[in-house]
Each structure stands twice: as C-alpha cells, then as structure tokens.
Design a protein around this ligand. Sequence first.
Ligand SMILES: Cc1cc2nc3c(=O)[nH]c(=O)nc-3n(C[C@H](O)[C@H](O)[C@H](O)COP(=O)(O)OP(=O)(O)OC[C@H]3O[C@@H](n4cnc5c(N)ncnc54)[C@H](O)[C@@H]3O)c2cc1C
Length: 374
Amino acid sequence: MSSKTINLEELSNILDGELYFDQLHKTIYATDASVYRKIPLGVVYPKNEGDLKKIIHFATKNNITLIPRTAGTSLAGQCVGEGLIVDVSKHFTKILAFDEHQKTVTVQPGIIRDELNIFLKPYGLFFGPNTSTSNRCMIGGMVGNNSSGTTSIKYGVTRDKVMELKTILSDGSEVIFNEINTTEFHQKRKGSALENKIYQTVFNELSIEENQHEILKEFPKKEIHRRNNGYAVDALLNFELFGGTKNTVNLATLLTGSEGTLAFTTEITIQLNDLPPAKNMMVVAHFNSIQESMEAVVIAMKHNLYTCELMDKTVLDCTKNNREQLKNRFFVEGDPKALLMLEICTDSDDESNKRADALIEDLKKNNMGYFFPK
Ligand SMILES: Cc1cc2nc3c(=O)[nH]c(=O)nc-3n(C[C@H](O)[C@H](O)[C@H](O)COP(=O)(O)OP(=O)(O)OC[C@H]3O[C@@H](n4cnc5c(N)ncnc54)[C@H](O)[C@@H]3O)c2cc1C
C-alpha cells in the first residue's frame, strides 16, 4: 500500500474537510504517546458526518485501514498505523445536547474532557473518569480506550458512563447503540443490514453456554474494574439472553474500549455525576515497600475514598533532580519506596479532617506506613 497507487487527490476533492499527505503531516501523525511509529498514508480532518461516510467508502474501495484519532495521547499505539489517520479533534468539538435534570450530555468525540467539565461545573455536575491527560484528551478517545483515572474508584470508568453511541459502520450506515430490552434485541436481529448482522453475531456467540463459561473463566475478575483488555464481551454476560439476570443490554458497552476498531463514533451520550463534596483533604501515606503500600490499599479503601493513587520510587526519583518538580516534593519525607495519595471529601473542613485522622489511625494500627502528611 502506498500513496502512489492510491489516489488521495480523488478523496480530497470530494471532502468538505482537509486531507494532507505531505511528509510533514505524515511524520507528525506517525506516532501517538507510545513508542510505536508507522508512517500513515495521510491525515484527514473530516468536517462532518458526510465526510466520514466518504472516507469510509474510499477506504473500503481501496482496501486501506482507517485510524480514528482525537488527541493521540494513547500509550499503546492505538493511533498508529499505515492507513489514513482520521483526526476528529478539529471539527467534531461540539456539545450537542445537555439535560440538567437527567444529568446527561451528548457530545461530539473531539471535545476535551476538562473543557466539558468547565461547561458542566455551574450545574454542579461533571464527567467522572479522570485521566492524567484530562486537559487534552478527548471524549472520543476516552470511549475508545475505556479510560479511567484517579476518580474511578468512586465514579467508575468511561464504560460505566456511556449511555449511547451514534456511529458509522464499515458500510457507511449510521447506527445508534443504546440500552434495549430483550424484545428489541430480537427485533434488531431480523434483517440483512450490517446492524442486524452485528446483533445476530453477538447473539450466536454469546448465547452458547460453553462460550459464556469460557469467557467467565478466562477474563480477569469483575472486581478488577480499571482495565481494558480485548473486547468487553464479558460485560455483556449479565444480559438474560447470555446467561445473566438483566433484562436489558447495551452494545455501546462493547464499543467502549474497542479502540476504534469496530465503528466510527460521531456522537456520545454520557451519564454525569454530581460534583464531589467541596472540602477535600489528601493524606499522602509513605511506605517502605511496594508490597506494604498494596496491602495498605485494602485498609484505606474502607474509608470512603475519592482518590487512591500509588506513586512508586521510580516516579519519585524522576522528580529529585528535576528543577521544575523539585518544589513539588515538599511533603516527601525520607526515601519512600511508594506513596499512596488518599483523598477524602466531605462538606466541611472539620469533617474531612476527622475522617483523614481516622484513616491515618487505621493505617498505623495495622503497622502500615511511616509518615502521613495531610
Ligand atoms: C502521561 C499520560 C498519562 C495517562 N494517564 C492515563 C490515565 O490516568 N488513565 C487512562 O485511562 N489513560 C491514561 N493515558 C492514556 C490516554 O491519555 C487516555 O486513554 C486518553 O483518554 C486517550 O484520549 P485521546 O483523546 O488522546 O485518544 P486517542 O489516543 O486519540 O484515541 C484513543 C482510542 O480511541 C479511538 N478513537 C478516537 N476517536 C474515535 C472515534 N471518533 N471513533 C472511534 N474510535 C475513536 C482511537 O482510534 C484510539 O484507539 C495517559 C497517557 C499519557 C501520555
């Protein structure tokens, strides 16, 4: 596959958006935040859904791959490939609908996570999942990666929040995935459209008991919530047709975390949360070993935490000789092998202080940690 044999001008001429296949653009887009590098065929900034359909048809006709991309902060090469990079961070940046009462918002994939939360703040709401890259990563990419972060122990991961995805499938058809009941599921299986085939395939594979057992046996435990490994077929098994007890299912669950490999997302409806209580306090417990810090998590988690994040010696050492970060080490005592950042939130400073003290007391009682600034 090379841009010489594929007539990208032909695609460029029919788009409202822009398509580049010069060396500079291709080099810039050859990587994301990972160590991987592949020179793509070109980079396209679709302007609207019509453009996306044209791009998909062009890709099918020329047998090339498409790599959806928002901020490109992925760490495992999700946005790296030899096909066409489809960057929606430029033109798909709108908030389309907001329902304060239902606490939902519908956005295009290119809206930045923190910017969405700035919009939501006056309403006392926010989108919970919080990656370290939240000031630049975008909701489309968060859905693609099923992103999670510091707040996920309290507010869940992106998959828990996605209510509906409007998508374009590989044949150019527009399909909405949202919560449906058993009757609707059977209805969607009827027909020969690609959407129907998707429901048929999911039904054929997941209604087989042997497959259900195999998935339950081989997938990580449900309690390991912050993970993204393979298609989340295990998350569909709570549906009554697949051996579970729930009478509804939502295939957006499966699309979330599918890293842009199943469909192109154009609209995302997410469930929001009330902002956490305003008075927060961080306890930074110091440990002499990683093992000890891990064991301390079990105790700490009983204290209704809003954040529980580990920082190990490798990361801490990076800050030792870094002029910019040196000032941020003011709370570090000695040479800890690990720190746990444990956040408590309540409605009053006094209450947060009391809860922080109770947490510290509990850790000390269990001989966990040696220093506990707050
Ligand atoms: C320093 C650093 C810290 C990080 N910390 C965290 C963290 O705490 N938690 C965490 O979960 N991740 C973390 N990440 C990884 C990454 O930042 C997040 O997963 C982020 O949410 C990705 O968003 P993005 O906009 O950059 O997506 P991208 O990297 O652009 O894309 C992510 C995936 O989504 C797909 N995609 C994008 N748009 C669409 C679309 N419209 N339709 C279909 N598929 C689409 C892409 O193809 C890709 O597979 C970190 C990365 C870095 C560099």
